[in-house]
Design a protein around this ligand. Structure first.
Ligand SMILES: Cc1ncc(COP(=O)(O)O)c(C=O)c1O
Length: 436
């Protein structure tokens, strides 16, 4: 039998954790989580934590969801995996049809991958365009279309040549319009880039409505509408990365619905399996791309790319069940939760060091500032957001920040009283760190 201390020792000796300065663990060892239940997880000592960030945005319907656990068990006992080249199975075929029908505007084909980064894909024409602050994952292709220096810089010599243009930044933008109407001036750099480079560009990558990794930067659907129209006019594909924002997070099943657009490709992952298994799908809207790879064997045109776990039946089954639960139970109850989140954010907006609170559907963010006047940022070395995270952890909530942006991206099923508790923990933790 291995005790809690043994686990920490084994971890310390052998595990290299993702997105972590491992030296931090000399002072603050990782928490050993042993169990999840709904919006809560429990550590080895039995303490409960509200999962305010859905475990990196994947846990859509709460931990250990009885229906998801049941279909996973059933599927594992029946067919846990089979090669998806030359073979198919009911969950894979049904899910493809279901996703094609559910996505706005209707899609023709689905290609399965095994994580969000893999879903972001490979170049066909020469260059991609994306916006500053974009995050699309961490394979070299996905990193190449990312626009966050923190992730890009160390690998810059290895990356594809991508065109990065300034995108909407409503917190610091001088135009001072509201998010609902803004996008006129903010769209100008994108239009100029498309005008200048259309002939070169294979596609534009965009995270619809919220650049999550970029401090939950939220922007207007008007920007997306303009982008879709401009891409169509320029003959450049539009790829919507709904990996973080899809499946109800923004209040609609897909974020693109709010702009009334149907991008050429849509990348899905994270919530797709309710957060149970790594899995991703790329939706392809029309047959033009598919046909480019379609032909006689001798033509050697096939899309000869794959992942070992492509179309994993357990993941497909979980995704089908997730869609059922969303459509029959969760989406109808979402407006009440979105309103409750609005109240939580309103209760935080007046704090001395809150520069802004913002919300898109069931995603809420709190921008911490050293001074409200001029929206003066804290010196990064103070790690203000990180300190709030530690303070919240002591109070029983997981609110891992993005720099000095503390945010809520809780499971869509979080009970309203737990959401309120999460808000109270955020308030007390922010005050503890910023008002001392
Ligand atoms: C918008 C977006 N795209 C892609 C990814 C990469 O997904 P994964 O971590 O599963 O590779 C992420 C992960 O956070 C994301 O937020």
């Amino acid at each position: 039998m291995t005790g809690a201390n043994d686990i920490l020792q084994l971890d310390r000796a052998h595990v290299w954790h993702p997105c972590t300065q491992m030296k931090d663990h000399e002072q603050q060892p990782p928490l050993e989580i042993v169990r999840g239940d709904g919006s809560l997880v429990f550590d080895a000592a039995g303490r409960r934590y509200i999962d305010g960030i859905s475990s990196w945005w994947v846990n859509l319907l709460g931990h250990a969801h009885p229906r998801l656990t049941r279909v996973l068990q059933e599927q594992a006992a029946t067919l846990e995996q089979v090669i998806f080249a030359g073979f198919t199975h009911a969950p894979g075929a049904r899910l493809a049809a279901r996703l094609c029908a559910a996505a706005p505007g209707g899609y023709a084909k689905v290609f399965y991958a095994d994580c969000g980064s893999a879903a972001v894909g490979q170049p066909r024409k020469r260059r991609f365009l994306s916006i500053v602050g974009a995050y699309h994952g961490e394979t070299l292709g996905a990193l190449s279309v990312g626009g966050l220096a923190l992730y890009r810089e160390k690998f810059a010599p290895l990356l594809l040549d991508t065109l990065l243009v300034p995108g909407p930044d409503c917190f610091r933008c001088p135009c001072q319009q509201t998010r609902a109407t803004c996008a006129a001036e903010c769209f100008a750099p994108m239009q100029a880039a498309l005008d200048a480079h259309a002939a070169d560009l294979a596609a534009v990558f965009i995270e619809p409505l919220v650049q999550c990794a970029n401090g939950m930067n939220m922007y207007s659907p008007v920007y997306l509408k303009k982008l879709a129209a401009a891409c169509a006019a320029a003959g450049v594909h539009l790829i919507a990365d709904e990996i973080a924002v899809g499946f109800g997070r923004t209040g609609t099943l897909f974020a693109c619905e709010q702009a009334g657009i149907a991008p050429d490709f849509m990348c899905l992952s994270k919530g797709l399996t309710g957060g149970y298994l790594p899995f991703a799908a790329v939706l392809v809207r029309d047959l033009q791309t598919f046909d480019a790879f379609y032909g006689e064997h001798a033509e050697q045109k096939a899309f000869y790319h794959s992942h070992s776990y492509t179309g994993n039946p357990m993941a497909c089954r979980l995704a089908l069940e997730t869609l059922d639960i969303l459509e029959t139970e969760v989406l109808a109850a979402l407006p009440a939760r979105i309103t409750a989140l609005q109240h939580v954010l309103a209760s935080l907006a007046g704090l001395e060091h809150v520069g802004e609170t913002r919300q898109c559907g069931f995603i809420g963010a709190i921008e911490l500032v050293a001074a409200r006047a001029g929206k003066r940022a804290y010196p990064p070395e103070q790690r203000t957001g990180w300190q709030v995270y530690r303070a919240a952890l002591r109070r029983g909530a997981i609110l891992r920040p993005l720099g000095d942006v503390v945010y809520f991206m809780a499971p869509l099923t979080i009970p309203l009283d737990v959401l309120e508790e999460l808000g109270a923990i955020a308030r007390d933790s922010i005050r503890e760190v910023t008002e001392r």
